[in-house]
Design a binder for this molecule. Structure first.
Ligand code: SF4
Length: 507
């Protein structure tokens, strides 16, 4: 920690000497307070502590700094004074402007206490929300009475109401008999807000972009981006703009996803290439893999959200093994066959000719297996929601471009099925593509989901042909130098929650 702190100190020095931050009037109080925290950290028992991973240093630093206080001394009185609300008592003001006089801001206290109910707090002699509200009212009253002229500002609309203190003042004013000619104490200021944002313009393809697209390795995710909005594909894959990775203590969904994939890969790898037997699948072995994987990422004793997540993963994958995997093996066994894993986390490449152009396609198949004579590819999902994986064939017309983004929520399974079939030289209709929804609360055979018909081979063949036509047309459209990246082709509501909305101006 001492070494880490010394490096941070160096960063602070660098910013002070080389940046413009030190010109800001508040830079020095904050920089000094930060330096004091750093010195205290380096000189404390933490100085000798080392962590296994870099994130932990930043997490600790953030916690220590968040608890620090920056005092703004009230004397000598000169220049701008920053005062806390409580510190204004006993001071007389000519004019006071109080912003945000809305409920939940002033007073900001929540009525409920998730740990101790109101009655218990009162019985124990602890302050309740009523005490806090009375205290706030007292300070506010003192401040208002100490001002010659006081302005309250509040927002009033269907979602926000003015503070109870404002209500009280108005009520008291109305109770006092108003003299003739008195002004209404509330004046309204209305803003005209144009919430309509500009429509982004299509972006033409330059010769360099066209060349890049000809060499690009197309994945299902890239094509999903394009189908959702061509401009989003442009930002993500041509300009390679990514969201900044935040260092957080919480485990993000994608962290859990990759961890679960790695656990299942390690657990099933000894069984690849031979029939799976129910007796061989032991929960204790799975637990050992889970512990090892969590340990390698979060240390031997994971804490906080990593600890809770390890318990949840252990419970969920344990049930996956007993309620899903074992019955899945028994099915083919009862028909005189077996379930045999062919591969795990296989990276596959395929070439595809479309309209005289050759495209490179890449897929990563979580697991492929033979269930008796049925060739199956599986994709693990740690969520339970299937809405973003569905294909509405009843609304999909391959000849009508505008139907594609609305009818096809996800291209992953058609894409994987076609790449797998092509790279293994088998008919696509013989490949059963399935998602396993591991996030479902009830784990059993029903966690399998496919956007295709699972029973009827001819029906599935027809659906795959439709999807291949859509994929081909999308590839041709992306690579066509004459067609710009057109946001007009975006899925309805694609801009909501889009990472690129700020760049696009659609915020
Ligand atoms: S904000 Fe809308 S138009 Fe812009 S990239 Fe995202 S989805 Fe496309």
């Amino acid at each position: 920690m001492a070494d880490f702190v010394a490096k941070l100190d160096g960063v602070l020095d660098y910013i002070t000497l080389n940046g413009t931050a030190s010109l800001h009037p508040f830079f020095h109080p904050y920089a000094e307070a930060l330096r004091a925290q750093l010195e205290a950290m380096a000189g404390s028992l933490l100085g000798d502590v080392s962590f296994q991973d870099r994130t932990s240093y930043f997490n600790l630093f953030r916690k220590v700094v968040a608890a620090a206080k920056v005092p703004f001394y009230g004397t000598p009185l000169r220049g701008l004074q920053v005062l806390g609300f409580w510190e204004t008592r006993c001071i007389r003001f000519d004019e006071i402007y109080l912003l945000d006089m809305n409920e939940e801001t002033i007073p900001p206290f929540r009525r409920g206490d998730s740990l101790l109910p109101f009655g218990a707090r009162r019985a124990l002699g602890l302050p309740t929300y009523l005490d806090n509200e009375r205290r706030m009212e007292y300070y506010l009253d003192t401040l208002v009475k100490g001002g010659r002229k006081v302005h309250f500002f509040f927002v009033q609309n269907s979602e926000r109401e003015r503070s109870r203190y404002v209500e009280k003042l108005i009520w008291e004013g109305e109770r006092r008999e108003r003299r003739a000619g008195d002004e209404d104490p509330v004046r309204t200021v209305r803003y005209r807000v144009a919430l309509q944002s500009e429509r982004p313009e299509p972006i033409p393809k330059t010769a360099a972009v066209a060349e890049f697209l000809a060499e690009f390795r197309y994945s299902a995710t890239a094509l999903d981006h394009y189908l959702a909005c061509p401009l989003r594909f442009y930002y993500a894959y041509v300009l390679k703009l990514e969201e900044r990775e935040e260092i957080t203590e919480r485990m993000e969904g994608k962290d859990v996803g990759s961890l679960v994939h790695s656990i299942l890969e390690e657990y099933f790898s000894p069984f690849v290439g031979r029939p799976l037997r129910p007796g061989e699948l032991k929960t204790a072995d799975l637990d050992a893999v889970i512990e090892r994987r969590f340990g390698s990422l979060y240390g031997p004793d994971p804490a906080g959200s990593a600890f809770l997540m390890s318990l949840q993963v252990r419970r969920q994958l344990g049930r996956f093994l007993t309620h899903y995997q074992v019955p899945q093996i028994r099915g083919p066994e009862e028909r005189g066959g077996s379930l045999r894993i062919l591969g795990l986390e296989q990276k596959l490449d395929a070439e595809k000719e479309v309209g005289g152009r050759s495209f490179r396609l890449a897929a990563k198949i979580d697991r492929s297996e033979m269930r008796g004579d049925d060739l199956t590819i599986l994709d693990y999902k740690t969520s339970a929601a299937t809405a973003f994986l569905k294909i509405r064939f009843d609304r999909l017309d391959p000849a009508e471009r505008r139907t594609w983004p609305e009818a096809v929520a996800g291209l992953q399974l058609p894409f994987y099925t076609l790449v797998y079939a092509r790279s293994r030289r088998v008919p696509a209709a013989d490949v059963h593509g399935l998602f396993l929804m591991l996030g479902k609360s009830r784990l059993g055979p029903r966690i399998e989901f496919s956007p295709f018909d699972k029973e009827d081979r001819d029906e599935r063949k027809g659906q795959l042909e439709i999807m291949e036509a859509v994929l081909d047309a999308l590839l041709a459209e992306i690579a066509d130098p004459a067609r710009p990246f057109d946001p007009g082709l975006a899925r309805r509501n694609a801009c909501e929650r889009c990472t690129y909305s700020a760049i696009c101006g659609r915020m």
